[in-house]
Design a protein around this ligand. Sequence first.
Ligand SMILES: Cc1cc2nc3c(=O)[nH]c(=O)nc-3n(C[C@H](O)[C@H](O)[C@H](O)COP(=O)(O)OP(=O)(O)OC[C@H]3O[C@@H](n4cnc5c(N)ncnc54)[C@H](O)[C@@H]3O)c2cc1C
Length: 524
Amino acid sequence: MDFKINHTDITFIGSGISSSFSILNFLDLLEKKPIKKKISLTIIDKYPEFYTGIPYGIRSGYSVLLITSLKNFLPEPELSKFIKWLNSNKEQLLEEFRKEGGQLSSEWLATHKDRLKNNEWDDLFIPRRFFGCYIEEKVKSTIEKSEKENRVSVNFINSEVIDLEQNDGIYKLSLCDDKFLTSEKVIVSVGSLPTFKLWEDEDLIEKDNLMFINNPYKPSLKKVLKDLEIFLEQKKDHTINALIVGANASGLEMLYKLNDLDAISSKINKFTMLSTQGLSPDSIIDEEGKKKYQPKNLLALAEADHLTAKQIADATYKDLDLADEMKLGAASTVDIISKAFGSLLKKLDQKELKEFACLYGNDIGRRQRCAGYHYSKTIESLKEENRFEHIAGRFVDINLGANDEYFLKYLDTKSKENVISEDSVHLVFNCIGSTNFKATDIPKLLTNLIEKNLCVPNVSNIGFDVNESLEAKNNLHIMGPLLAGNIFEGNAVWHVEHCGRIIWLSNVLASKVYEYFKLLETEK
Ligand SMILES: Cc1cc2nc3c(=O)[nH]c(=O)nc-3n(C[C@H](O)[C@H](O)[C@H](O)COP(=O)(O)OP(=O)(O)OC[C@H]3O[C@@H](n4cnc5c(N)ncnc54)[C@H](O)[C@@H]3O)c2cc1C
């Protein structure tokens, strides 16, 4: 294709579920309320796979599970549509899961045998890939139909967008292979900010006695685990210790996956997790404790006419402390506390609501992390075998010590002093989660968008400021996690990784984009 003459109406940068749902909703509007103009769409992704993004496609693979139950992952009406699809496709999907998974996957299949047989999906933490297969099939067939009926033409490009310029109301997108294209509207849907590289500048660093994995999903989890197996095979006479930095969803996923595959777990002597709090996400609801628990600090604010974001956040922290004192974990309190602070947000004016979205929403979320039972069970089993330790501290470095062995240096949370681990480490997995705009290594495209003043990071430092059309600049829209720290339809948003929020906001975006082209038509 000659990009020099290539111009499209709408270009999506990134092809994960944020762009997929936006495309589905937009094409649906075009079908229901046709406009005369045939709209040209370009979809660009740097990875050679479209529609699914990192969590639901090949990069994650078939054998990793959703971090919540299906009913908490997908809202209606999409949930019922997906379940109907699952019922018709489950044999093949479960076979792929069985083939790629190991012992924990077999256990999952055995534990949920009856539910799977009876199509009782709601409470299951299903393999994420199943949703990826569904969304891929759905977007593909919707695009096919829209193209056939002449409403749109769609073009796919596998390349990385590294720069964007605006000239006379038209955007010029530069690709990493020196090509470019122009577009009237651009939708930046590149997912969350990537993980900050903890050590050295490579995705995977291999030394004599160390394998350091900065990005477990690049090029794919399956490939990284294969490389790991080879490393472990070469070191089979060594006692191997693994370190997982971060105890969030991806840290737990890594621990689970390492223990799923016998060729890996049988060769690892000890698993250490390092996280600031030294606490793993909670999975078991304490029904009795839950009945006794009251978020009294939040409830005390119920009568106030006006509140500040800080007042609500402080009361929430106090109620979280109260739960800690009662030894009640997040699984037991998350619904109660979220409902209590959620109902107070209407007492905030716009400025305070934005402050809550930027400064407090995610911070509170960090203390409310929950996980599936299969994850906490992995930790319990390892603890019983004396093969698990959770250190409360922050990663500082990996130091080369005696006998060519590497040791962890961390800032101990309690003593606030740097400590060197007693055990040597041989495998390190960087699972600390996304970086922020203050970091020095944010992707080129985003750096350029900020430098050219096309996008302005908000106080959250993980999202861009946008207007109600989700625009950072005229015809430059943001979709997905980078919308954190904004207010839409009166609601403050912070964790736009959540699928339900992505679906809601993709609907808002699709309507705004549709209205834009509709208006152009009526103006002619
Ligand atoms: C490993 C993992 C597991 C997760 N599990 C869950 C879960 O179980 N439940 C849940 O609710 N949420 C989960 N999430 C949260 C997740 O962020 C969202 O659910 C959702 O995937 C975000 O979709 P997206 O399309 O915005 O981003 P992504 O899925 O990240 O897709 C963005 C796409 O943009 C492409 N891209 C990026 N930059 C460029 C560029 N410059 N040029 C071209 N292409 C580019 C990327 O290759 C990618 O395909 C998980 C996230 C991760 C990373």
